[in-house]
Write a protein that binds this ligand. Structure first.
Ligand code: FES
Ligand SMILES: [Fe+2]
Length: 402
């Protein structure tokens, strides 16, 4: 992160703490229609134009330790194999034989020298080439080079691997906008994976994700935890094009440190802000991370059905700090906070399904949620969204570039 950016975040937090109202001209935001959380036709558009066409965090390189290590990944519905090839490149393929579509791997994870289809015995190597066809004599004119596995876009930001099912998508790093620049000194090229866990919540995925884009709730639902050390009135927000955004919340006392991380090794190049304040990023659409000099969690939010979702929590440590004795405490403290965040989600789901709910009314400090929804309509194409479910663009004038 450039020094000017770090300074602008500090200035921004200070300004927020002292202001009496939103900046002049900031509009009252129209209601976000509740049907965007429940309407089957809308959720279908979202599935098709958002989840099938976005860069989504899939795994960390440590989860594929050797050439031939693979994992089966199904977060968008399609079965995708993510594998480390012989040249140590991480690639992704649909788990779909080019003959008649049988699966190539059947376990959730493992190690293999190549892919062998158990239906009729076609064989592929780790780079996806079709290398053997049983009874090839019966396929007149067949050019095996045209029947390699169908590849899925798979790119890395440091040690983090992302997948995108849209072959036309802009490269991952371009789609992240200024985020990689903000995080460039956090050692993501050498960061290690420590643990991952998952839990399910009975609500539409967006209901819970919304809670991670604002700090307005800190005083009410985190009085004994986060609110004791973060000053939510000082939260400074930055909105970027393509839906990405961040917020930076000041510690109540600059010298306060997460007790679960005191004494943990720090990334030596990390800026002070990643130690003494609380920045949190949204990689659009579904990755939220509050990176810290002592280690970083990724929280990812996934749709399951219209009214159920999965949260995955991944933890990453600076190289050399993987085995630190404080990790279990730090992770369980974080889990307690997450439980606080999830407590209302199933009942909010009930609410949005009733006629008693008119829409979501957002404040200036909750504008990241509005920004998120504006981008969703851009991705779907506003003209495809039923008029009563559209979100009117309001925030174009409030975007930043770095
Ligand atoms: S479906 Fe794979 S070999 Fe026939
Ligand atoms: Fe929270």
């Amino acid at each position: 992160m450039r020094t000017e950016i770090e300074h602008s975040l500090y200035d921004g937090m200070k300004h927020e703490q002292g202001r009496e109202a939103p900046p002049a001209g900031f509009p009252e935001l129209p209601l976000i229609p509740g049907g965007r959380y429940t309407d089957p036709a809308f959720l279908e558009l979202e599935q098709r134009y958002l989840w099938k066409r976005s860069w989504l965090y899939a795994l960390h390189v440590d989860e594929l330790p050797r050439p031939g290590s693979y994992r089966l990944w199904r977060k968008t519905g399609a079965p995708i194999i993510i594998v480390r090839d012989k040249e140590n490149r991480i690639r992704a393929y649909y788990n779909t034989c080019r003959h008649r579509g049988a699966p190539l791997v059947e376990k959730e994870q493992g190690e293999t020298k190549g892919f062998f289809c158990r239906y009729h015995g076609w064989t592929y190597d780790l780079s996806g080439r079709l290398t053997a066809v049983r009874e090839k004599r019966d396929f007149p004119g067949m050019d095996t080079s045209c029947f390699g596995l169908n590849e899925v876009r798979c790119e890395q930001f440091g040690n983090f691997v992302f997948i995108n099912e849209d072959p036309q998508a802009a490269p991952l790093l371009a789609s992240l906008g200024p985020i990689p620049k903000h995080l460039e000194n956090l050692g993501f090229d050498s960061i290690r994976h420590i643990a991952s866990s998952s839990f399910e919540i009975a609500c539409n995925v967006k209901i819970l994700l919304d809670a991670f884009l604002e700090t307005y709730h800190l005083k009410s639902i985190h009085p004994q935890t986060v609110d004791r050390f973060l000053d939510s009135r000082g939260t400074h927000i930055v909105l970027w094009p393509h839906g990405n955004s961040m917020m930076c919340t000041p510690h109540r006392r600059a010298e306060w440190r997460d007790p679960g991380a005191v004494g943990m090794p720090e990334v030596p190049t990390a800026e002070q802000i990643f130690l003494s304040q609380n920045p949190s990023y949204n990689f659009y659409p579904n990755l939220v991370t509050p990176p810290a000099a002592t280690g970083t969690p990724f929280i990812t939010f996934w749709p399951r059905t219209a009214r159920s979702m999965t949260v995955d929590v991944h933890w990453f440590a600076p190289e050399g700090a993987e085995g630190h004795e404080l990790w279990p405490t730090r992770m369980s403290n974080f889990e307690r906070i997450l439980e606080e965040d999830t407590q209302f989600a199933p009942r909010i789901q009930e609410s949005v399904e009733t006629g008693g709910f008119r829409g979501i009314y957002l404040s200036y400090q909750e504008r990241r949620i509005y920004h998120w929804h504006e981008e969703l309509d851009r991705r779907i194409g506003s003209e495809r969204v039923p008029p009563e479910l559209r979100v009117r663009p309001m925030l174009d004038a409030w975007l930043a570039t770095d």
